[in-house]
Design a protein around this ligand. Structure first.
Ligand SMILES: *[C@@H]1O[C@H](CO)[C@@H](O)[C@H](O)[C@H]1NC(C)=O
Length: 200
C-alpha cells in the first residue's frame, strides 16, 4: 500500500511548486507511513493535495492565536494518548498534528480545532475520558495549499494564511473560505497549510 502511494507521489515529482518543501514531505513519507498528502499536484503558485482517510483525536480550543491554541490543545490530546481514555491504554499517535482555524471577514477567530493523528494500525481507538476530546475518522479530502519548511512566528503564519486566501480568491478557485487547516509534519517547521476544495 505504501509503495503505491509513493509511486503516485513520485509521478508528480517534476511538477511540484515549492520543490524543496514538497520534497521534504515526500522524503518523510518514505521513512514513515505516508500520512502526509497522498497526491500533490502543482497548480499555479500553490498545490492541490489529496489526503486519504485518517483517524484523528481532536479538541476545540479558545485561544488568542494559533500557537497558543496548538500548545493548549496538544496537551489534552497527548494526555488522551497517554492513558486518558476509557481503556486506560497508550494510543499510538503520529505526525501530522495541527489546527483548524476559522475566518470571518478575513479575520482569524479566537476559536480553533486542534488535532493529532492516530496511527492507522489502531483500528478502534478507545473513547477519551475528557468530554472535550473526541476521536474522528476523516474522509478523503482535497485541499488547495502550500508547503513550507522553515519555522516562522505567529505573525508570519497568519500572513501565509491570508496570502493563500487572497491568491485562491483571485483565481476563483472553488474552496471553503470559512476555515483553514495547518498541519505540522516535523518539529523543524515542515508544515502544510490549506483551504478545503469544494464542489464536484
Ligand atoms: C464551509 O465549511 C463550514 C464549516 O465546516 C460549513 O459549515 C459550510 O457548509 C462549508 N461551506 C461550503 C460552501 O462548503
Amino acid at each position: 500500500m505504501l509503495r503505491i502511494v509513493l509511486t503516485v507521489c513520485v509521478l508528480f515529482w517534476n511538477q511540484l511548486a515549492a520543490q524543496d518543501a514538497v520534497d521534504k514531505v515526500i522524503e518523510l513519507c518514505e521513512q514513515n507511513d505516508c500520512l502526509g498528502p497522498a497526491v500533490i499536484i502543482e497548480e499555479k503558485n500553490y498545490v492541490e493535495m489529496e489526503f486519504k482517510v485518517r483517524q484523528k483525536v481532536q479538541t476545540e480550543v479558545d485561544a488568542v492565536d494559533i500557537e497558543s491554541a496548538v500548545a493548549i490543545g496538544l496537551e489534552k490530546l497527548f494526555s488522551y494518548a497517554r492513558c486518558g481514555n476509557v481503556a486506560g491504554t497508550i494510543v499510538p499517535v503520529s505526525a501530522p498534528w495541527g489546527v483548524f482555524g476559522y475566518l470571518k471577514n478575513g479575520e482569524i477567530q479566537q476559536r480553533f480545532l486542534v488535532f493529532l493523528t492516530i496511527v492507522p494500525e489502531v483500528t478502534n481507538p478507545p473513547q477519551p475520558t475528557d468530554p472535550t476530546v473526541e476521536t474522528v475518522t476523516v474522509p478523503a479530502v482535497w485541499y488547495y495549499g502550500r508547503i513550507f519548511d522553515k519555522k516562522v512566528d505567529e505573525q508570519q503564519i497568519e500572513e501565509r494564511v491570508s496570502q493563500l486566501l487572497k491568491d485562491l480568491e483571485h483565481d476563483n478557485q472553488p474552496f471553503n473560505s470559512t476555515f483553514f487547516g495547518i498541519a505540522y509534519l516535523s518539529t523543524h517547521g515542515l508544515m502544510e497549510m490549506g483551504f478545503m476544495k469544494t464542489g464536484e
